[in-house]
Design a binder for this molecule. Structure first.
Ligand SMILES: [Fe+2]
Length: 261
């Protein structure tokens, strides 16, 4: 695990998490700005989830508020975690239909980008689609497979996660749209991903597993699902068999420059 400057907030005796006024203000700035940017760019299932969640604009939501909606929709809930968690904990949570949420928000200095997933990324980026049964099923299957996987297999699974749940695009009757939460919580990447600048390829799970990525740059390549339901269908297939094929075939050459030392 890497280190972080952020510390997740703990709940009080009644389970309520207190944030400072400046932190609520960061949430307000982020959600107000991003709701405008995702309009016409996010897939309809995501926008339906945003509507169902009815997130507050003026304050950081409590996890219970999100849980009431998620639980009714798909049986999922969010789980409070520290700023960074080990892979093992991550897979255990997903396998029990719990999505990890670190209860801290980025500082105003890191408004546009931070390396750690904060509460805005997790709730605004991921929770809307966790109201969708197809997306929820895929995420759960992913967790159960990851829990049983070896360390080496998990690296291949992580690339599949990155290029779907975090950075996936999908074709819809309205045109090409975004479903990845890593994109949808970033104003810059939401615009850039559909700008025509980065490469788009039809989604192929084995190819995604073979694609190296960097977490600290805009993605040079996105994989496009034919429809969101494809994730549900993928969850019924032999994903670990695909991991083994990808391991045999090896990694693609990166499409990004090496990280500066
Ligand atoms: Fe994420």
């Amino acid at each position: 695990m890497k280190s972080t400057q952020y510390v997740a907030r703990q709940p009080d005796a009644s389970g309520f998490i207190h944030y400072g006024e400046a932190e609520h203000q960061v949430w307000n700035t982020l959600i107000t700005r991003q709701l405008k940017v995702v309009d016409g760019r996010a897939c309809q299932e995501y926008l339906d989830g945003i509507e169902q969640l009815g997130l507050p604009h003026e304050r950081i939501p409590q996890l219970d508020e999100v849980n009431r909606v998620l639980h009714k929709a798909t049986g999922w809930r969010v789980a409070r975690v520290p700023a960074l968690i080990p892979f093992q904990t991550f897979f255990e949570l997903l396998a029990s239909r719990q999505f990890p949420v670190a209860t801290f928000i980025r500082s105003p200095e890191e408004l546009d980008y931070l390396q750690e997933p904060d509460i805005f990324h997790e709730i605004f980026g991921h929770c809307p689609l966790l109201t969708n049964p197809w997306f929820a099923e895929f995420t759960h299957t992913y967790g159960t497979l990851g829990l049983k996987a070896t360390k080496e297999e998990r690296v291949y699974l992580a690339r599949l996660y990155w290029l779907t749940i975090e950075f996936g695009l999908v074709d819809t009757s309205q045109g090409r749209r975004i479903y990845g939460g890593g994109i949808l919580s970033s104003p810059k990447e939401t615009v850039y991903s559909l700008s025509g600048e980065p490469e788009h390829l039809p989604f192929d799970p084995i190819e995604a597993m073979r694609t190296p990525y960097r977490i600290d740059i805009l993605q040079p390549l996105y994989y496009v699902l034919p429809e969101l339901k494809h994730l549900f269908e993928l969850a019924q297939q032999d994903i670990m068999g695909m991991v083994h094929q990808a391991m045999q075939m090896g990694l693609h050459a990166p499409k990004f420059p090496p990280k500066a030392a």
